[in-house]
Design a protein around this ligand. Structure first.
Ligand SMILES: Nc1ncnc2c1ncn2[C@@H]1O[C@H](COP(=O)(O)OP(=O)(O)O)[C@@H](O)[C@H]1O
Ligand SMILES: [Mg+2]
Length: 288
């Protein structure tokens, strides 16, 4: 993979909900993500992170600006893209086994049965869920369900993996495990990832690069390289001088002492729109 190549090119992107007099969720966002990069976007709750990801993934049509994936404008939901949402309980199909959930998007991409099975088994092994292949999502813990969502996304071998607060609904210990899992699998698959989070520490721990967003309507207030290298560790990396310094810098940029939005708030209320229905819509859009 050519790491100087631009994978995602977002220019002047804006979205206003509800027509010309409606709510401007994002204003004028311009940034690029390079091939093979793991970029995090960090911003307060309600600043427009989910709106941004939905615009990039073609689930909503932005009211201004343009999104290009590998140089081509995004129209509708591109096949080259996979999304992992925060709400795992609503993004997996409860009536399908773990393996069938992972195979589901491959089926509509016209991939044959044997290859679907092979890919599903491979990614399930990578996320440590080989033993759970025949179980149903509701038989698994939250963390395991989110592993299934990650496996399903990776099985599509997406050019770009979008993640919307993927670890915000699990406990702290599981969150650490899933963060490390993401770091391992992105290396294995040489993935390009754009992850949004309201958690400053998480953004720094995971990223090669962090974009800091302002309060709504979101603007990019900083674009920071994260020189923490390839080998990261939940304890030693978080103690390192570079980490601590970056965390203070991002906190200052977000002005967390005066920000009204509580850091722990999340969009479990459904504004993230992360449902199986949305998946089904995306799948339909792909093949209509
Ligand atoms: N479907 C919608 N219709 C109208 N307003 C919306 C809709 N979805 C989100 N918003 C509003 O847009 C703003 C940004 O929302 P969102 O992108 O969900 O933020 P974040 O993901 O950063 O928490 C918020 O003020 C939210 O209330
Ligand atoms: Mg959100």
């Amino acid at each position: 993979m050519n790491r100087t190549e631009t994978m995602l090119d977002v220019s002047g992107l804006g979205h206003r909900y509800g027509g010309p007099s409606g709510h401007q969720a994002i204003a004028d966002l311009t940034f690029q993500v390079r091939s093979g990069e793991l970029a995090c976007i960090v911003g307060p709750s309600g600043c427009g992170k989910s709106t941004l990801l939905r615009s990039i993934s073609g689930l909503i049509e932005p009211t201004s600006g343009e999104v290009k994936l590998k140089g081509s404008p995004v129209q509708g939901v591109p096949e080259d893209l996979a999304v992992v949402f925060q709400d795992y309980s609503r993004s997996l199909f409860p009536w399908l086994s773990v393996r069938s959930n992972v195979e589901f998007p491959l089926r509509s991409r016209g991939i044959g049965k044997a290859e679907r099975r092979r890919r599903a088994d491979e990614v399930l092994e990578w996320v440590g869920l080989s033993e759970a292949a025949k179980k149903y999502p509701w038989q698994l813990s939250g963390g395991m369900q989110q592993r299934v969502s990650i496996a399903r996304a990776l099985a599509c071998r997406p050019a770009l993996l979008l993640m919307d607060e993927p670890f915000a609904s699990v406990d702290a210990q599981t969150r650490f495990e899933l963060e490390d899992l993401l770091l391992r699998v992105r290396k294995q698959y040489d993935s390009t990832v754009l992850l949004v989070t309201h958690d400053i520490d998480e953004s720094i721990y995971l990223a090669d690069r962090v974009f800091v967003l302002s309060k709504s309507p979101a603007n990019i207030v900083a674009d920071l390289e994260v020189p923490l290298g390839d080998q990261r560790d939940q304890i030693t990396t978080r103690e390192s001088e570079t980490f601590v310094h970056l965390r203070s810098e991002v906190a200052r940029l977000l002005d967390v002492r005066t920000a009204a939005a509580p850091a722990a708030a999340s969009d479990v209320d459904g504004s993230g729109g992360s449902t199986a229905q949305q998946w089904a819509e995306a799948e339909r859009a792909l093949h209509s």
